[in-house]
Ligand binder design. Structure first.
Ligand SMILES: Nc1ncnc2c1ncn2[C@@H]1O[C@H](COP(=O)(O)OP(=O)(O)OP(=O)(O)O)[C@@H](O)[C@H]1O
Ligand SMILES: [Mg+2]
Length: 457
């Protein structure tokens, strides 16, 4: 949206009237009396639009339009022309002005011209946003989060609560637990939902490019910067910016980021001008930020700034109640994408999924099911269609080891089986021993004893 306007006219009365007219409408207006002053102003601050006369002392309107293209290419220029200066106005349009106003003008004419320019700016922003959304939709697909397990339901409650505020939220969790999914949910439930959601993976961008990626750059700021470019903060203006893998942000950028958070203003690389941005920041990380802080690799002040609200996503193995519904969601989604009938999981296949440790969490589950859907020839998805990594589910806590081949001891085999069953019961109940004991048909005391004996705490 156009917010800040610069007016250049040598006539005091025009400056006065326009300033009054436009301030009333909520624009931030500054008025100067000739082209030179206007140019200096454009170099000092970022203006969304310039409304300029063509006949002015010192630098005339036409030269100003040309210089503005160079100094501030994204500023929309509107020229005002009086009787007798139409030739100049036409030249100005050719030089890149967007529209013109005929003097004398009525207030509604001024508003109309600005509204048109605004509409164009809005369409541009929208098409940028749509382009990004389409790219996303290709990879991501359906919205909506699955939350069956108690910890995920609690997370949904927190999401609903923080969505309305502008507070920064730090989302942490192992890889593939759904951190970006949660960030999108916060955005979608926030008053900013209609505005852009922009995600940037701080760990995936080469270090020397992060700054210009985030804050944009001026033309010629570095080799290869042929044109000025807006950064992701500006792209996300009015919306939400997710700094993914924020723990990977180099220290010098942590300083810049902190400054932006404190001042609400950004400066493009190689540009001396600042501009205001209104962005809600979310951050995600699979690392332990407090640990990075104590190692001096993450600034403590930035950590506190980001960690206003903390959402911790538990690993999938600790919320197996989500598994059946997630599985169904992914099978349906991929079936639709592949143009085949959706299939269900067989009972034994679901048991196998429950027993797996899921180091890659929800993403690993999604990939495993997509593969299974492609491979499966039966009516349901059977164990055989699951990837080896899932089938080889080995107990992570060593004791007691499964009996070696050739070992015919019933005692040792029974102990291994018992330990395995207890482990699964504890996973299924998220560590709730009372419930686990019920499933195992053991007394609570017996279970406690066996947990200690097998080292399963
Ligand atoms: N609760 C959920 N309901 C539905 N889909 C989910 C849920 N959690 C995660 N997903 C899906 O799983 C995939 C991985 O999630 P996402 O990309 O959000 O994880 P991440 O934590 O950001 O992973 P990484 O650390 O690797 O960046 C995505 O396709 C996402 O849509
Ligand atoms: Mg992610």
């Amino acid at each position: 949206m156009l917010k800040s306007l610069l007016i250049a006219d040598d006539e005091e009365s025009i400056r006065h009237v326009l300033t009054l007219l436009l301030s009333e409408r909520g624009y931030e207006v500054r008025a100067v009396k000739d082209g030179e002053e206007a140019l200096a102003e454009l170099k000092a601050r970022q203006y969304d639009a310039l409304v300029t006369d063509v006949r002015m002392p010192r630098l005339d309107g036409l030269s100003l339009v040309r210089a503005a293209q160079e100094a501030s290419p994204e500023t929309t220029v509107i020229v005002m022309s009086a009787y007798g200066s139409h030739e100049l106005a036409i030249e100005a349009m050719k030089a890149g002005a967007y529209d013109f106003l005929m003097k004398p003008f009525r207030p509604d004419e001024v508003h109309l011209v600005l509204r048109k320019a605004e509409e164009r700016e809005r369409l541009r922003a929208e098409s940028r946003w749509l382009k990004r959304e389409i790219e996303r939709a290709r990879g991501a697909g359906q919205n909506g989060m699955v939350a069956e397990s108690a910890p995920m339901k609690e997370i949904l409650r927190v999401v609903a609560k923080v969505a309305a505020a502008k507070a920064t939220v730090l989302i942490s969790g192992e890889s593939g637990t759904g951190k970006e999914r949660v960030a999108r949910a916060i955005h979608e439930q926030s008053p900013r939902a209609e505005r852009p959601f922009v995600a940037v993976n701080c760990g995936a961008i080469p270090e020397h490019l992060i700054e210009s990626e985030l804050f944009g750059h001026a033309k010629g700021a570095f080799t290869g910067a042929h044109a000025a470019r807006r950064g992701l903060f500006e792209e996300a203006d009015g919306g939400t910016l997710l700094l993914d893998e924020v723990g990977d942000l180099p220290l010098n950028l942590q300083v810049s980021l902190l400054r932006v958070l404190q001042e609400g203003e950004i400066r493009r690389v190689g540009d001396s001008r600042t501009s205001k941005v209104d962005v809600r920041l979310l951050a995600a990380t699979h690392r332990e930020l407090p640990q990075l802080v104590s190692q001096g690799r993450f600034r403590e002040d930035l950590f506190y700034r980001l960690n206003v609200v903390n959402v911790v996503l538990p690993p999938l193995r600790d919320r197996l109640d989500d598994l059946p519904l997630l599985a169904r969601r992914f099978l349906e989604r991929h079936a639709a994408r592949l143009g085949v009938e959706p299939k269900e999981l067989s009972g034994p296949a679901l048991e196998k999924l429950r027993a797996h440790r899921w180091p890659g969490n929800v993403r690993e589950l999604e990939n495993a099911l997509e593969r299974a859907l492609v491979l499966s020839e039966e009516e349901k998805i059977e164990v055989a269609a699951l990837p080896d990594s899932v089938l080889q589910a080995v107990a992570p806590s060593g004791p007691p080891p499964a009996p070696a081949e050739g070992d015919l001891s019933v005692k040792r085999a029974a102990r291994a089986l018992e330990a395995d069953l207890i482990k699964r019961a504890l996973e299924r109940t998220q560590g709730n021993r009372t419930k686990a004991a019920e499933l195992l048909e053991l007394s609570a005391r017996a279970l406690l004893y066996k947990i200690r004996e097998y080292g399963l705490e």
